[in-house]
Design a protein around this ligand. Structure first.
Ligand code: HEC
Ligand code: HEC
Length: 349
């Protein structure tokens, strides 16, 4: 009898665990993690053909590999990537400009861009509080911050960079990125129909050629580069993003964010500041990418982010559904960025 009870308790808890996992997986905002659509054919291989490339507004020219900090087609991104607009930001600390090949640290500027504005598949450290950035890198070091989606390889890579960084480099990178202004980076458009997309390393990109077309938006946000060639091929840090969101999402998001939706969550301004541009070491949310914020809300919900301060977000995220996350992040992305004037060398000298 005892054995039987033991067995049923065991089974019960296993089933509960499996059930909980299923529920979480079922409500996961796949769109925010850039999970490839089912049956996506492999992405075309991208290789350097030796041609010099340029972007509007910069008089510099780089090869495809140099843009990525690669020495050749078969070596990973290990050297300083291209900096198209060196006059638009302060001098980059060495760790940001070059990383450190001997410790496997890839230059921060490759993924987050020299201006720190980042891309949908990574993050946007520009204009975040210095102490917040320092805390994130330490949380990653201490295994308190991972991705809620284990297939998201670049977040795991990010964690490995943080683990290899010295305290001094963490402060240097945090000081640099927090000194940059957060300027407009995403346009929100409510729509029923979106371009068909593929996932390129976690970034959604509209299909081209024979495969191009449209499809219903469904229950997701589709956030894509305004110009995929500028963003993906050229890594042009001037080329921004567009978030296609379901009709009505922005208004519903505003309601949740400003009222806490009748106890379902907690109104965000209390901690993130009246205009949601950050408060003390709490990060700004206004005018930032929907897919990034969407992933974070889910990561808090499932406890993948659980540092000291991250725990303040657990109650906020615990009861949010995929639909809530869509509405909230659509509204946040639609808010004005705090600064509309970017850094210029002459202005700050
Ligand atoms: C290979 C691409 C890549 C490189 C290189 C990279 N990062 Fe990241 N970074 C990411 C990804 C991916 C995330 C997390 C996205 C997520 O959690 O969804 C991230 C997140 C972050 C965050 C958290 C931002 C926030 O709002 O909480 C900070 C801070 C950060 N990175 C700093 C750095 C620094 C400093 C370096 C250089 C030492 C660096 N990153 C290099 C990809 C990269
Ligand atoms: C009780 C305080 C509190 C409230 C209320 C709160 N937040 Fe937060 N939030 C925080 C803190 C603190 C952090 C930083 C966590 C850390 O340092 O790891 C954070 C971080 C975040 C992040 C991650 C940002 C990044 O760059 O990675 C998002 C997204 C976010 N909050 C969204 C929201 C939304 C949406 C609401 C309202 C529905 C909200 N928060 C309400 C305290 C709060």
């Amino acid at each position: 009898m005892k054995k039987l009870i033991g067995l049923s308790v065991l089974l019960g808890s296993t089933m509960l665990a499996a059930g909980a996992l299923y529920a979480a997986a079922n409500d996961m905002p796949d769109w925010a993690y850039g999970i490839p659509p089912q049956g996506q054919p492999p992405n075309p291989p991208a290789r350097d053909d030796g041609k010099m490339l340029s972007v509007p507004g910069s008089n510099l020219q780089f090869t495809f590999n140099k843009i990525r900090g690669r020495v050749d087609n078969d070596t990973p991104n290990r050297t300083a990537p291209a900096d198209w607009f060196p006059n638009e930001h302060p001098a980059l600390p060495q760790i940001v400009a070059q990383g450190d090949q001997s410790r496997g640290i890839v230059a921060c500027s490759l993924c987050h861009y020299p201006n720190g504005k980042g891309r949908t598949e990574n993050a946007s450290p520009a204009g975040l509080p210095r102490d917040y950035i320092i805390r994130q890198l330490h949380d990653m070091k201490d295994d308190m911050r991972v991705s809620g989606e284990r297939r998201k390889g670049n977040t795991q890579q990010m964690v490995s960079f943080a683990k290899a960084m010295t305290d001094e480099e963490i402060v240097q990178a945090a000081t640099y990125f927090s000194s940059l202004k957060w300027t407009p980076w995403v346009t929100v458009r409510e729509t029923n129909t979106v371009p068909k997309t593929r996932s390129q390393g976690g970034m959604m990109i509209p299909l081209t050629g024979d495969r191009a077309g449209t499809e219903p938006i469904g229950e997701r946000i589709v956030e894509v580069p305004v110009d995929a060639v500028q963003t993906e091929t050229l890594r042009n840090e001037h080329s921004a993003f567009i978030a296609y969101v379901p009709v009505g999402a922005v208004a519903k998001g505003k309601e949740i964010v400003t009222t806490g939706d009748n106890g379902k969550t907690i109104a965000c301004a209390t901690c993130h500041g009246d205009d949601l541009n950050g408060l003390g070491s709490v990060p700004g949310l206004a005018g930032r990418l929907a897919s990034y914020n969407g992933r974070q809300l889910y990561d808090f919900k499932v406890g993948a982010r659980h540092g000291d301060m991250a725990d303040l977000m657990h109650k906020v995220a615990a009861n949010l559904t995929n639909e809530d996350i869509i509405d909230i992040t659509a509204y946040l992305a639609s808010l004005p960025a705090p600064a509309s004037v970017a850094y210029t060398k002459t202005a700050q000298q």
